[in-house]
Write a protein that binds this ligand. Structure first.
Ligand code: ADP
Ligand code: MG
Length: 334
């Protein structure tokens, strides 16, 4: 063992629009935080990062704003991203004289521009990384889901995150074809909040909308119609009001954003070579990402494509596990 690898503290990072996850070499998953930063508008000072900042969402005093430094998988606020990574790197590892700065592998969506790649690299370096390596997200997702994509046989991975759904066809450790659509977890939350306001005259926040989605939401009819009582603010009187929502009702609301996802999947299949489509039909489609856990997504996609569809184990963690596996590659090759 070289001196270097004895002190290795390399990190695999899934820098998502909704969540940042960090895998530390030899330790496993060490950070899982929402990608949210709370900032004091007056001073520009960063108050909180991650779940502490997220808890401030919707209940912050006027001068405090909770911001998402990433949008649609790419950095939209450089400064905030640097600060967020700095804080999360610090909780992931202890750097010291004997512990050099970490090498970091970060996943980026397929099809990002060179400028966007540069932005990610610079942000990680500024946040304290010694070297930065990028890995295409679908590749990381497939690795983390335990798929063997090293051979010529084609696989399809659909990663449903917060901001985007990323659909990719993989073979020979590469991305053969991919597409991204802005219909994913957040779009479901927004559709629910809009419906509750229009149909019930009650205003609910983003966090409540997400709870409704997770508890009773579905994109394929549930065998039993379940209910949830929800508190919000009456749009007219401004007073608190409680309403009862049904899963069948939410199903109707989510049909449209869910359809945007399945339409894009069909589109990608249409554009893929018949050989690879044949492989995918045989291998099945794999779902990853937090948003893939919405009730019935696997049934819906299987129904529309007539291809078997499975949700990976620990779908939230596939990308970061894949980045973690890729740490082994840099150790082997560099
Ligand atoms: P990103 O890669 O964009 O950071 P994630 O893969 O972490 O996103 O997924 C975040 C999305 O997953 C959010 O929209 C969240 O509401 C959704 N999500 C998490 N758990 C569930 C669940 N059990 N059911 C439905 N959606 C879920
Ligand atoms: Mg993701």
């Amino acid at each position: 063992m070289s001196l270097f690898s004895m002190f290795s503290n390399d990190l695999g990072v899934d820098l998502g629009t909704s969540n940042v996850l960090i895998y530390a070499d030899g330790k496993g998953l060490v950070v899982r935080e929402p990608s949210v930063v709370a900032v004091d508008k007056n001073t520009g000072k960063i108050l909180q990062v991650g779940s502490a900042a997220r808890n401030m969402l919707g209940r912050t005093p006027g001068n405090v704003v909770a911001m998402h430094p990433l949008r649609d998988g790419v950095i939209c606020d450089h400064e905030l991203t640097v600060k967020m990574l700095q804080s999360l790197f610090r909780s992931a590892i202890k750097t010291s004289l004997f512990n050099p700065k970490p090498r970091v592998i970060i996943s980026v969506p397929s099809g990002v521009t060179e400028i966007e790649e540069r932005t990610v690299i610079n942000a990680a370096i500024e946040a304290g990384a010694r070297r930065v390596y990028l890995i295409e997200e679908p590749l990381a997702a497939a690795l983390g889901a335990g798929l063997d994509i090293s051979g010529p046989s084609g696989h399809m991975v659909i990663d449903i995150g917060g901001g985007t759904t990323d659909i990719a066809v993989l073979s020979l450790n590469g991305v053969a074809n991919s597409a991204s659509v802005e219909a994913a977890g957040d779009a479901f939350d927004e559709a629910i909040a809009r419906h509750v306001r229009r149909k019930h005259g009650v205003v609910i926040g983003q966090v409540t909308a997400e709870e409704i989605k997770i508890q009773i939401g579905c994109v394929w009819p549930r065998p039993e119609d379940i209910t949830m009582s929800v508190k919000g603010r009456d749009a007219k009187t401004g007073l608190p009001r409680e309403i009862l929502l049904y899963s069948s009702e939410i199903y109707e609301v989510l049909r449209r954003p869910a359809r945007m996802i399945t339409d894009e999947v069909l589109h990608v299949l249409e554009e893929t070579s018949p050989e690879l489509v044949g492989d995918i039909a045989q291998n099945g489609i794999t779902l990853t990402g937090g948003g893939s856990q919405i009730w019935g997504m696997d049934q819906l996609i299987a129904d529309r494509t007539a291809i078997a569809c499975t949700i990976a184990d620990d779908p939230d963690f596939c990308v970061v596990y894949g980045c973690g596996k890729a740490i082994g590659w840099i150790n082997d090759t560099l």
